[in-house]
Design a protein around this ligand. Sequence first.
Ligand code: ZN
Length: 333
Amino acid sequence: MLHSDQALRSFGMRSVAKAKERVALEVSQASEFFTAMFGDVGHQRLYATIIPYGHGEAFPGLIHLSFSTFALNEDGRDDFDQFFRAHEVAHQWWGIGVDFASYRDQWLSEGFSNFSGLWYTQIAQKSSKYYFDQLERWKSDLKARQREVGPVGLGYRTATASDGSEYNLVVYQKGAWTLHMLRNLMLDLRTMKEDRFEATMREYFETYKGRSASTADFRRIAEKHAGAELGWFVDQWLNTTAIPEYRVAWLAEPGENGRYKVKLRVKQQKVPEAFLAYVPVTLQLEGGQVARLRVKVQGALTEIELPVMPAKPTSLVFNDLAGVLADVTMEKW
Ligand SMILES: [Zn+2]
């Protein structure tokens, strides 16, 4: 389920007919994408209906969509609506296809659907702009209310009596961030292939289709494909509210034969000493080469020397691809 934040818009019948075609096409495209990525939900048909409310909700083989999502912009495309519809389609896999075992596992439905909706926009738009813009907006929201909200693993209990929006902020938005971070952690930086993440999602769906699953169940499958223990990842991102801040400096010095040594210094703040992250770093080198690597950051101060670079680095992006839910400030060496 997702509430549409968009202002409700008025529209005429002709535009509804046109919009219905557009929505139907998109719902089927999202459905095809998720089938290819996660597996077959086993429905012959998926029905999408218009409802006179500002939210969407998913049922087996049926999704309710807010009437506002049928009122398209002039160009027929609206990023939020595209994401919103795909979120509801994704529930056929997450929440319906695989149910969540307890309230502590609710992110396996809403966080997964939110992430899947975002992933679909990246494919449909052949652009990552909306994907990263939306993650950035969610990060701002999370940081603004960090002291008020609980961790993802509290499920519906994150909602307070006064408002209730914390549930959306934490379970949907930080839940989506968590899956995005896992995707990034599993990315092969040498080939930029996503085989490990895709295999994780597929095996998780196929294993638990028609049943309930817990975060521990998902973690076991993710660990198998990551080839690494992920308890630290689950604990930090689902059981705490910590968001790190990194102050980063780097220095390149000429070495032998035109090669360069690169020193990197990271000061980690706002999180417990043991907080751990493998942060993606991208260097542009003279001559057009690109170097990608992950840097292990733990503790207040990390000082390392990167592998020797074959040419002079002209820029360094710390936390590339928003690999970690964090703020980064670059400093002079
Ligand atoms: Zn939902």
